[in-house]
Write a protein that binds this ligand. Structure first.
Ligand code: UDP
Length: 257
């Protein structure tokens, strides 16, 4: 067995042009805590292969990643790619795991949490689940994710008036990342993070893969079974893998010269 790599807490790698912070789940929570102490808005982005692959073709999506205050490796695909390209990250930090860990910490610290997104009623249900699971969890507010553009100014006002420390945005990727980036400077919220379909999962609207699949890093397989519409989106993975392999080959050839 080789020596364990030494992961500097502030280490940031660059993966196909996208920054990724080499943090554990625990360290990601610490960074969020620092953002709350500092004040001022920060975007937290959990980067998955789907998003990164799309960002390679859509520069505005890449720009959002570059500007984010914290970017985590969301899923085994990004962790694998980082290792392949010689810049390993300590572990995967998925949206739902980071959201849950932040909720637990929020309950202990008294941080106020606002949930924005998903179908009407789901954000409230997800907030109730978190409050039941983590005693002391303070819900600053909840709002569904199907608002018209003209209702946005009011919604932003309502969020700011609720004075949250953390805002979870569940509009799906990359819509939520674009929304957060566009409104970050209007939002007086220290931690703003996109969480995809996590409210649905928390509220019990979709099932999470069984623990055995999760342990084997096969959560994606469970999602394919429960949500067949994901098949089409999954097809980006082989293309992502191919892109990483080409990049690696290029690296090897360049070093030879
Ligand atoms: N959603 C929303 N407003 C929209 C589009 C989507 O609130 O305009 C919600 C949708 O109800 C779901 C989530 O965003 O709760 C998207 O979940 P999905 O699992 O598709 O996102 P991913 O995890 O792939 O980013």
């Amino acid at each position: 067995m080789g020596a364990m790599p030494n992961y500097n807490k502030m280490r940031r790698i660059v993966l196909l042009g996208a920054p990724v912070d080499a943090v554990t789940l625990e360290e990601a929570v610490e960074r969020a805590a620092a953002f709350i102490r500092e004040g001022g808005p920060h975007q937290v982005l959990t980067l998955n292969p789907e998003y990164l692959y799309r960002a390679l073709r859509e520069p505005h999506l890449m720009e959002i990643v570059r500007r984010a205050a914290l970017v985590t490796a969301d899923g085994v695909g990004i962790v694998w790619a980082a290792r392949m390209l010689g810049q390993p990250v300590p572990e995967r930090v998925t949206g739902i795991d980071l959201m849950t860990a932040l909720a637990a910490r929020a309950a202990r610290e008294g941080w106020r949490v606002f949930l924005l997104g998903a179908s009407p009623g789901v954000a409230e249900a997800a907030a109730a689940k978190l409050a039941a699971r983590f005693p002391g969890f303070q819900v600053a507010g909840a709002h569904h994710g199907y608002f018209a553009p003209e209702d946005e100014p009011k919604l932003l006002q309502r969020i700011n008036a609720a004075r949250p420390d953390v805002l979870f945005v569940a509009l799906g990727a990359p819509k939520q990342e674009v929304w957060i980036a566009r409104n970050l400077n209007t939002l007086r919220v220290p931690v703003v993070m996109g969480v995809g379909g996590s409210f649905d999962v928390l509220a019990g609207r979709v099932k999470r893969a069984p623990a055995v699949l999760r342990r084997l890093h096969l959560e994606w397989l469970g999602r394919l079974v429960y949500e067949p519409r994901r098949w089409r989106r999954m097809l980006v993975l082989p293309k992502f893998v191919w892109t990483v392999l080409v990049e690696r080959l290029r690296g090897v050839l360049c070093r030879r010269k």
